[in-house]
Structure formats: C-alpha cells, structure tokens
Design a protein around this ligand. Sequence first.
Ligand code: HMG
Length: 390
Amino acid sequence: MKIGIDKLGFYAPHLYLDMTKLADSRNVDPDKFTIGIGQDKMAVPPMTQDAVTLAANAALEIVDETDKEAIDFVIFGTETGVDSSKSAAVYVHELLGLNPYARAIEVKQACYGATAGIQMAKGHIMMNPDSKVLVLGSDIARYGLNTSGEATQGAGAVALLISADPHIMALEDQSVYFTSDIMDFWRPVYSDKAFADGKLSNEQYIAFFSNVWEQYKAKTGMELNDFAAMCYHLPYTKMGYKALKTILDDGTDDVQERLLANYKQSTEYNRDVGNIYTGSLYLSLLSLLEQTDDLKAGDRIGMYSYGSGAVGEFFTGLLQPGYQEHLYVEQHHRLFSSRTEITVPEYETIFEETLPTDGSTVELDIDRDPADICLTGMADDKRQYVNKLK
Ligand code: HMG
C-alpha cells in the first residue's frame, strides 16, 4: 500500500520585514543576510497569530468536508506551543470542525516534530487504511532583538494530509534516524526566546546529515544519482546548501547541475519567510514542487530533517502521477504578494508585545489581521480563538 502526502497546505502571517532594512538598522552589510545567510524577508506574526492559528490557517486551505470526516488523528508538531498541558492539536481540531472520533496530540523535538508526526501517521494508516491523518508543523522562531540569531527568525505553518494512495508524494519505507544529546539550540521553559550555540548548531546539522546519509546509502544501496532533488530543513537557506555541497561530488555532472537547480527552487519560499522550525523542511518541499517544472512522476526526493538537541532523519518519497494538480500554487503566490511590509521599529514593537500572564482580560484587534483564524484575546488565563468563516 502506498502511503504519503495527499495534500500540502501552508500559511505565513501577513506582515514581513525586509532583511536589507534589518541589516541597515543593525549596521551589518546587507549581503551578509541576503547572501551569507540567504534570507530576503522575515515573516512577522502579529499578536493575533500564534502556533495554533498559523497551523489552523494552513490546514483550512486543504481540508474539505470529506477530509473532515476521514481525519481521525491530528498530530501537531511544534516547539512554540501555547500550553504546557493541552495540545495545540485540540484547538485546531475544534477550529476546523473535525470528526470528534479522532485523536489529537502535540509532539515536540525541536524542528523534527512534524517529521516524527509524519512517520507516526504512516504507521497509523498502515493499520487503518481508510483513515487520514492531519500533520501540522507550526512555529514562531524567536531569538531576540540584536542577537546573532535575529536574522534567522520567522513564522509560519504547514499542514500535511497523510493518506493511503496519496496524490502528491508516496513515502518510501526505508529511512535512517539518529539521536544524540547535544546543546546546540534549546529553549528553557521560562524563556520565550531560543538560545543557540550558532557555530555548534551548524556543525551538528552537517555531522548528523553525513551520518544519516552514509547509513542510508549503506542500508539501501542507493546513491546520489538516484535522486531528482534533495530537500533540507532550512533554518536559513544557506544551511541546506552547505550540507548539499558535502555530497555533490558523488553525482555525475548532470545530476550535480540538476540537484543545485532544484535546491535553489526548494529555497525560494523559505527565503521570504525565514525559519519556521518544524515546518521548514516541508515549506522547502512545497517551494520545490510549486516552482520547478522539470520534475515528473516517479522522481525520488530526498528529505533531511534536523531538530536541534538533536534528532536527524533522512527519508525519501516518490512523486505521484499528476501531483501538480493537487498543489495550491495560485493561493500561495497570492499569499506572498498580498503581504504588508513593516518597518524595523514596527517589527521591534510587535516583537516586544506580550499577552497578560495575570489572568486579566485582553481583546485583540482582529480586524487588522486578514487571516480567517485569529487569536482574539485572553480571558481567565484562557486563549480565545475565532474562525471568521464559521
Ligand atoms: P553569525 O555569527 O551572525 O554569522 O551567525 P557568521 O559570521 O557565521 O556569518 C554567516 C555567513 O555570512 C558566513 O558564511 C559569512 O562568511 C557570511 P559561511 O561561512 O557560513 O558560509 N558573510 C557574508 N557573506 C556575504 N557578504 C558579507 C558577509 N558577511 C558575512 N558581507 C548563525 C550566523 C546562523 C550561526 C546565527 O544566525 C544563528 O545562531 N542562528 C540560529 C541557529 C541556527 O540557525 N543554526 C542552524 C543549524 S541548527 C538547526 O537548523 C535547528 C534550528 O532550526 C532549531 C530547531 O531545531 O528547532 C535552528
């Protein structure tokens, strides 16, 4: 039985910051951000968007009435969830109006959460071929104003419908995963900003990639020439390129050229959004599928997932016949073209805004947020959400 990605949705908040303007205000050469790091724009979430609403908005575009009945498992990958107890999946389940006979859970392992969710979903569908699983990857990446991680922030979510006989990509069975306890990036429960050892994190990202890639080749007998494209977790777009460069020489000249061209396509969306942590790899896949026209059914895509702390996995998928017809290209182009640029001071103000932590009531102005699903405020220590379409 083929199991894999049937639909792939995406959402980013409607505000963004131009990286050259951030560079100017931080007295940094803009080329460092746009070339050295490889980011052009950074999505900035207003107070009315959090991990729950970003994910629910991403899911809204893909989930139809039939899916709502068939989905019996919602798996929410996030490292910036809104509650230490209740899962973000339960909120999304309600906001979308899904079948109540469903499981809804949250999974966490830094940027690896959504990949864990996809692999769990695959096992679930193997046992229950008629069911569908909604896997969400949603995060707001925050390092702090004037930090070296600032240029690698971002916000957004992906929503993946995992099913039997998928329309976009069938997941292959063999994958290699690896865990090792390292402190390259972490966020203690008392902090709303992440801590990172930038240099160590870059080294470990590459070391984990080399490890799982070598194991994968030894286990499967596959080689670089068997791949049409490689997608990477993209904390910033230069990072995946550094990993790809370490293996490129193994391919023929034609394969090298193709992988490089497809790598570029796989980074276009991420360049304009920034790091969305657990959704980043799937935003990269979306960017590849929606930008490239030289891929065809049967092409094998390599997927490298990395979540600091750390867990890495290399797995693969085969593109399905007619996959292009199941993408939401126009909606995504519209989403990007309708965003509003904000100034650095506006971004700094939004960055410092917080919700009350003393149980007081606050009502947020959702009229300024074009998203269908918004956070409307807080009351009695409870987040209040609205689906404007309901
Ligand atoms: P930094 O110290 O600001 O930058 O940190 P740098 O000095 O290392 O420079 C960055 C690049 O810009 C270098 O290129 C420079 O040469 C180049 P590289 O040597 O790396 O190829 N550069 C220029 N290029 C053109 N023109 C110029 C110029 N100046 C310099 N004028 C760092 C950068 C990414 C480390 C920092 O932003 C950071 O700490 N970010 C957060 C951590 C991170 O993203 N780590 C990535 C791997 S870990 C991961 O992916 C997991 C993660 O997503 C979290 C999770 O799993 O949940 C982060």
